[in-house]
Design a protein around this ligand. Structure first.
Ligand code: ATP
Ligand code: MG
Length: 351
């Protein structure tokens, strides 16, 4: 198949890990006889430096015309002054909103070879295979904000339609997995959470084959640590999802390992590793590209419908996690390009 993929390497380690993910996609294209056209654009701090805007028009237009977008990371100390008129993160929020990618998927798996890196004991890590579905374009992040010298407010608003669409996405995904959805809210206190819960409850009736449970977010924060192996699909609103998925990332052992996909109505999606620009290691060639490579696998699956190819990439990554080489964040000495070569070699072996 032919596909147009826009890359937005961004700042810090973004360009290093994105290059590895692109190399893996090129290897997939060669093996499976696909034609992927890559087009690179600016976002974040490097875009501010070059154009004054964290999301230049040319970048946004290219993304809107692409089949999928692969992003590295944005931000860094150079642009972190809170008084600055424009900040790199604004580019990312604007891109998510413009692409309408309301469902953020973050899978959490713990590879047995890396169990020792997790703060949780090994017996807790057995069977950990959770897919978080975080609502990404509503709630407190996008509500009206006010500020006087001694008062501040952040409006948290959800419409039924916003809850319905992300709930349906979660149930559809659960059907391809273990048919168990946990919806997380704070319905004992928040009105938005009561709307969330009643809407999820009503949509669940369309999926009688999927089990639904509700959990309060404070309990969920604890349960994720005490019984992570119990959960399958976890769906929640924007702020709760942000917090719970960072907690989940800690369980995996390194931020460098985990991918994400942000999806909207069509097949176009935005794919990025969950880590940030990691300024402390940027430019040293030591960043772990695993999260970026696994994001590329999600791109193959969710935007291009190439399930076999996605599974091949995931198997190649699993083989490298099992036998090495490993980057420093997971206890090894290898560099970013060593991992890229090892993953491509593992792909070659299995295709
Ligand atoms: P952001 O605000 O952009 O989300 P952050 O403050 O969450 O950033 P990161 O940039 O993700 O922070 O980095 C947190 C720590 O994790 C740093 O010490 C960084 O070096 C490490 N880290 C992040 N990504 C990777 C990676 N791909 N490989 C190795 N280490 C990483
Ligand atoms: Mg962060």
């Amino acid at each position: 198949m032919k596909a147009r993929i826009v890359t937005l390497p961004g700042d810090g380690v973004g360009p290093e890990v994105t290059a590895a993910a692109v190399a893996v996609l090129q290897a997939v294209a060669a093996h499976f006889d696909h034609e992927f056209a890559f087009e690179e654009h600016l976002i974040g701090g490097c875009a501010i430096d070059a154009t004054g805007s964290p999301l230049p028009d040319a970048s946004l237009k290219a993304c809107q015309q692409a089949d999928a977008v692969l992003l590295g990371a944005v931000g860094g100390p150079k642009w972190s002054d809170p008084q600055a008129p424009v900040r790199p993160e604004q580019g990312l929020l604007a891109l998510r909103a413009a692409l309408g990618v309301y469902a953020n998927l973050r899978p959490l798996n713990v590879h047995p070879a890396l169990a020792a890196l997790s703060p949780l004991k090994e017996d807790k890590l057995r069977h950990v295979d959770v897919l978080f579905v975080r609502e990404l374009t509503g709630g407190a992040y996008f509500g009206a904000k006010t500020r006087t010298p001694d008062t501040a407010t952040d409006e948290c608003k959800y419409t039924v339609a916003e809850v319905e669409r992300v709930t349906r996405r979660a149930f559809e995904l659960a059907r391809e997995r273990r048919r168990h959805v946990t919806s997380v809210d704070k319905a004992n206190v928040l009105e938005t959470s009561r709307l969330w819960r009643s809407t999820v409850q009503r949509i669940a009736a369309e999926y009688p084959d999927v089990k639904l449970e509700h959990q309060l977010v404070d309990s969920m924060a604890m349960l994720l640590l005490t019984q992570p192996g119990y959960y399958d699909v976890v769906v929640t609103e924007n702020l709760f999802g942000d917090i719970l998925t960072d907690e989940a990332a800690a369980i995996a052992g390194s931020l460098g390992l985990l991918p994400s996909a942000s999806l909207g109505e069509g097949s176009r999606g935005l794919y990025e590793p969950i880590h940030g620009s990691a300024p402390d290691i940027a430019g040293k060639g030591v960043a772990n590209p695993t999260g970026a490579i696994l994001s590329a696998a999600m791109l193959l699956r969710h935007s291009l419908g190439l399930e076999d190819e996605a599974a091949h990439v995931e198997a190649a990554v699993a083989q490298v996690l099992e036998h090495g080489p490993h980057t420093r964040d997971i206890g090894g000495h290898a560099g970013t390009t060593d991992i890229r070569h090892a993953v491509i070699a593992a792909l070659d072996e299995h295709v």
